[in-house]
Ligand binder design. Structure first.
Ligand code: FES
Length: 275
């Protein structure tokens, strides 16, 4: 049913892989910013994953997954010809794509994957797209070639300075603003702490900033309550109302507390399943 037709290793340690999967019904309808829920087999947990790419003609969806736990590890090791038991979607609210003017698309770590189709759609909508892609080290930087193909300009940042601008993605954003470029909107996708930093950076500058709260989702179905967040004075569920929200209104500290709680749970699950 949901056969892996292509596997590409994007980084070795930790292992990050790209999988292109046959899922024609999802590929028919999916829009940038939406996610799917996958399950390798009946013993594995369901994992919500933001879509990296889609091909409506071939009927395929591309996802990128890092080995961070038991279930993601199983998927990470899948090979061409292997099958997913479940591949459900598209889910969530699509990105609001329109012509804003100049948009900075920021992807940190694994966040480069979900920001890719958004940047491409923004480019197709007539925006000038400047992308900032960052990672800890040069060998963990993913999808640089793909981002260069759909962006007007790409700024690379690495924490250790092994490639591009030394520092975090906010240093990349500062690098763009230092050139006197007027930025009309910004998408920032990556670790929650990174999205918080970008939102704090752009808030005083009045730059509209969209973040994706996919990292705090657990089951992605609106049932577990793990992705409950505070946005302004409202309570929202990332998997139902998002995953994208106005970054200037998200309570990131609350989101990080929830994430820490579920990380402990995942560790426990990993230990019990390998014993
Ligand atoms: Fe469980 Fe949203 S991920 S309610």
């Amino acid at each position: 049913m949901y056969r892996v037709v292509k596997r590409r290793q994007l980084a070795a340690e930790p292992s990050i892989v790209l999988l292109e999967v046959e899922a024609p019904n999802v590929a028919k309808k999916v829009q940038p910013g939406q996610f799917i829920i996958v399950r390798k087999d009946e013993k594995a947990e369901r994992i919500p994953l933001t879509v990296m790419d889609f091909d409506r003609e071939k009927g395929t969806i591309t996802i990128v997954i890092q080995n961070v736990g038991y279930s993601s590890g199983l998927i990470n090791e899948m090979d061409e010809g292997d099958f997913f038991q479940d591949f459900v979607g598209p889910l969530g609210v699509p990105s609001e794509i329109e012509n804003y003017g100049t948009v900075v698309c920021i992807g940190g770590g694994l966040g480069v994957a979900p920001v890719y189709p958004i940047a491409r759609a923004l480019k197709e909508a007539g925006n000038k797209v400047i992308s900032v892609i960052g990672s800890k080290t040069a060998d963990l930087l993913i999808l640089e070639e793909e981002m260069r193909a759909i962006s007007d300009e790409v700024v690379v940042t690495t924490d250790d300075g092994s490639m591009g601008v030394k520092g975090f993605v906010t240093n990349g954003l500062a690098h763009i603003l230092d050139q006197g470029i007027k930025v009309d909107a910004c998408w920032a996708i990556g670790p929650v702490i990174m999205m918080k930093s970008v939102a704090n950076f752009t808030r005083p500058l009045g730059i509209k900033t969209i973040v994706s709260m996919n990292p705090i989702m657990v089951d992605g179905t609106g049932m577990c309550g793990a992705c409950r967040i505070s946005v302004g004075d409202q309570t929202k569920f990332a998997c139902v109302d998002g995953p994208e929200f106005d970054g200037h209104l998200v309570d990131f500290d609350l989101a990080m507390k929830r994430l820490a709680f579920y990380k402990d749970e995942e560790e426990r699950a990993k230990i019990s399943k390998t014993c």
